[in-house]
Write a protein that binds this ligand. Structure first.
Ligand code: ADP
Ligand code: MG
Length: 389
């Protein structure tokens, strides 16, 4: 069998007892330099790297591990890993006892909420020393969010597809109902010898039926409109322009409701371009303004504030309406979640879908009884690196 390759350093260490003082000093310097090199390498890694023993004592932690776990640099009384991440000891004990490698996903809450994949690898045990383990931590927060969003959008997509079929099928019977109701209405008018009161009652019933049919028709066309798959047709857009078009379209309804709208920060040159689909943006703004208006009593105020930084253009829609209860907040984007008697519960789903298709984000902050702020964040045109689905 071929002899294991040894480095000159290892050969020197093998005969360390025979070395004279200057050679030993040189060796120590060389070891320090090598250690420095490895530390620098470990410190530029994005992965957190730790060496711990079976008591959780931390022998080494690179910079990324310090950041992820919130360890203080050069902490004299270094806490054990079990103290830093409560609950970890129980999760790792079987692997530590059996000295087998193991991978776990953890949700860290300190110093900030992160999802981390932990990979534990035992080192070969050295006689008379406690067993040591390397722990590699990868921050998978972003992947986790992406996966969750994908699962969510696939779930919605499959339900929506199913429902779209049903909605489409409902169109024909509704048409037929409309036509026959009109026939009945006309015949009723021509009928002689009918008591006036009876005739009025019948006409009223027919009117109610027609209204309900129209309402069903509205629900279906709203639904089909909301789910129509469409790739955004991208163009250079100034958000301020699109917003004022939408507001002038809604002016009448806003005035009727006694609501004032104030817009800040959208002056002609103030906002950078975003790459977006004009019609889809209109739909987003329309839905948000409508929701805000519906949440407010007469005298309510909607403040739309625009801003930008190096990477994003943001628009915040702040109303002082009813706000959203914490238990409704989680369902805000669910299709058909509505708290309104005649609501369709599709507006926010559409807003979210369009924002995602633009590589943008939507955030909602709300306090029941005080109001709601919906913030849209668009990537600036030149920063636009990824288009989602
Ligand atoms: P809809 O308006 O048809 O109910 P949406 O999807 O647009 O459907 O909104 C879903 C629900 O979210 C609304 O019923 C309402 O409870 C809540 N909501 C949305 N925007 C606001 C807002 N600005 N203020 C208060 N509640 C809101
Ligand atoms: Mg709505």
């Amino acid at each position: 069998m071929a002899a294991k390759k040894t480095t000159s350093l290892e050969r020197m260490l093998e005969r360390v007892e025979t070395l004279d003082a200057p050679t030993l000093a040189g060796l120590a310097q060389r070891l320090a330099r090598e250690r420095g090199l490895f530390e620098r390498v470990f410190n530029v890694l994005q992965e957190g790297l730790l060496v711990v023993d079976d008591e959780g004592e931390i022998a080494y932690a690179n910079t990324a591990a310090h950041c992820l776990l919130g360890l203080k640099p050069d902490d004299a009384a270094a806490p054990t890993l079990w103290r830093v991440v409560p609950g970890l000891r129980a999760a790792l004990t079987p692997a530590i006892e059996s000295a087998n490698p193991v991978t776990r996903e953890l949700a860290l809450s300190y110093p900030e909420p992160r999802t981390v994949r932990l990979h534990l690898v035992p080192f070969e045990s050295e006689a008379g020393r406690p067993r040591r383990f390397a722990i590699i931590l990868s921050d998978i927060t972003r992947d986790k969010i992406d996966t969750d969003q994908r699962i969510e959008s696939e779930r919605v997509a499959s339900i929506v597809l199913l429902a779209a079929g049903v909605a489409h099928e409902l169109g024909n019977p509704l048409n037929s109902l409309t036509i026959h109701l009109q026939v009945v209405e006309r015949r009723l008018k021509k009928l002689r010898g009918l008591d006036k009161k009876d005739a009025a009652g019948l006409a009223e019933s027919i009117r109610i039926c027609s209204d309900e049919v129209a309402r069903l028709d509205g629900i279906i066309s709203n639904f089909l409109g909301a789910i129509r798959p469409s790739q955004p047709e991208l163009a250079d857009i100034r958000l301020g322009e699109v917003l004022s078009e939408v507001l002038s379209f809604q002016q009448r309804e806003l005035a009727d409701r006694g609501i004032t709208v104030e817009v800040e920060g959208v002056g002609a040159e103030a906002l950078p371009f975003v790459l977006a689909d004009r019609n889809q943006l209109k739909q987003v703004f329309f839905n948000l303004v409508k929701n805000a208006a519906e949440a407010m009593a007469p005298g309510g105020q909607l403040l739309i504030r625009a801003g930008s930084d190096d990477e994003h253009v943001t628009l915040a829609f702040a109303d002082n309406g009813s706000g959203i209860k914490p238990e409704d907040m989680a369902r805000l984007f669910e299709p058909y979640h509505t708290t309104k008697p005649a609501g369709h519960g599709l507006g926010m789903m559409v807003v979210q879908r369009i924002m995602r298709a633009h590589g943008g984000l939507i955030g909602v902050e709300s306090k029941a009884g005080q109001g709601t702020v919906v913030t849209l964040q668009f990537p600036q045109k030149h920063r636009r690196v990824k288009l989602l689905r």
